[in-house]
Design a protein around this ligand. Structure first.
Ligand SMILES: NC(=O)c1ccc[n+]([C@@H]2O[C@H](COP(=O)([O-])OP(=O)(O)OC[C@H]3O[C@@H](n4cnc5c(N)ncnc54)[C@H](OP(=O)(O)O)[C@@H]3O)[C@@H](O)[C@H]2O)c1
Length: 308
């Protein structure tokens, strides 16, 4: 590994690689906070050109050789599995790599996924905005969030300065913790989406035309629960049949789900088992009650086959 010519700077011209959901939001946020995006390189010309137009980048291309020599920050915003290939292709390009920080934005893989660029002397950084960015997300969704950073100390320090400039809070991660960190993040976001899909699948259809749509039935419950969890933690937000040890009600739930909603049955049992752990941990249930309830929601042998 060659040594960077100096500690990586927190500012400097930027290139975005991968003009997808995050690449677009990040590029727009960087420009809004005073960075110059000099190039957008993407797999397809149309994506690169659309984002370059949007952020006033003079270069839009599909070839990594088009990377301007002036660029000092490269943000690789491609799917996680594509990161090593992109790094390998970039490493073959002549560039003042020793003066350049290359960051990828994956939460699950370490900065070392960019290893081919290490040999060229680039500073490597994992720069993971802990937020969900559907297509079209506003640049404001990058502020007031945590950005998980990993890499060597100088790169992490420079990445922290970039994160702060975007209005975010930098947090240093150990490379070995990233998969676990990202599993938790995925559960917080995608898990909630899956949970809501299960809730909507289980809710009975309204019996009258004038009833609000089922999602609205649960919306206040969802908002209040989120508020309680965020302010008081899972222990402080406990309520419901598991917390009360209401075995009869839980049995009814299991029976109706088994008969009518077999696909959602394992969602209910897995979450209830976790809830039993929370209830025992908070003292709402005794160890003995917890064991009994856990056994009744485990029921692995009775679990229905999910429909195909
Ligand atoms: N979206 C989120 O909520 C979010 C949040 C935090 C972190 N991240 C991370 O950000 C990164 C990008 O995620 P995303 O959601 O923005 O993905 P995305 O919307 O699918 O965009 C990825 C972009 O990468 C380009 N690309 C795809 N395969 C490629 C390849 N083999 N080589 C080169 N370029 C390729 C595509 O370019 P073309 O359009 O030109 O085909 C696409 O626009 C991932 O590492 C992800 O983990 C995403």
């Amino acid at each position: 590994m060659s040594t960077p010519s100096s500690a990586p700077a927190a500012s400097g011209p930027v290139a975005i690689i991968g003009a997808g959901a995050l690449g677009t939001t990040l590029a727009r946020a960087l420009v809004a906070n005073g960075y110059a995006v000099e190039a957008v390189l993407s797999r397809t010309a149309a994506s690169a050109e659309a984002l370059a137009d949007r952020v006033g980048a003079p270069v839009a291309d599909t070839a990594y050789a088009a990377l301007p020599k002036t660029v000092r920050w490269v943000f690789v915003c491609v799917p996680d599995d594509a990161i090593p290939g992109v790094a390998g292709a970039l490493a073959a390009v002549q560039h003042p790599w020793a003066d350049t920080t290359v960051a990828h934005t994956s939460g699950a893989v370490p900065a070392q996924a960019l290893a081919p660029l290490d040999a060229q002397g680039a500073a490597l950084l994992g720069f993971h905005p802990l937020q969900t960015f559907p297509e079209g997300a506003s640049p404001a969704t990058l502020s007031d969030i945590v950005v998980g950073l990993d890499g060597d100390s100088a790169a992490v320090e420079a990445g922290a300065a970039v994160a702060r400039r975007l209005g975010a809070r930098p947090v240093r991660l150990a490379a070995a913790d990233k998969a676990r960190y990202h599993a938790a993040a995925a559960l917080a976001s995608n898990g909630l989406v899956a949970l809501m899909a299960a809730v909507e699948a289980i809710l009975p259809l309204p019996r009258t035309d004038s009833a609000p749509p089922p999602r609205e039935w649960v919306a206040p419950l969802l908002r209040q629960t989120l508020h309680n969890v965020l302010h008081h933690g899972p222990h402080g937000a406990l309520s419901g049949p598991v917390a009360r040890g209401d075995e009869g009600t839980i049995r009814k739930h299991l029976e109706v789900l088994q008969d009518e909603c077999p696909d959602q049955y394992p969602v209910y049992t897995a979450l209830s088992a976790e809830l039993v752990r929370v209830a025992v941990g908070s003292g709402a249930l005794s160890e003995a009650q917890g064991e009994r309830l856990a056994a009744s929601v485990r029921h692995a042998d009775d679990a229905p086959e999910p429909s195909t």
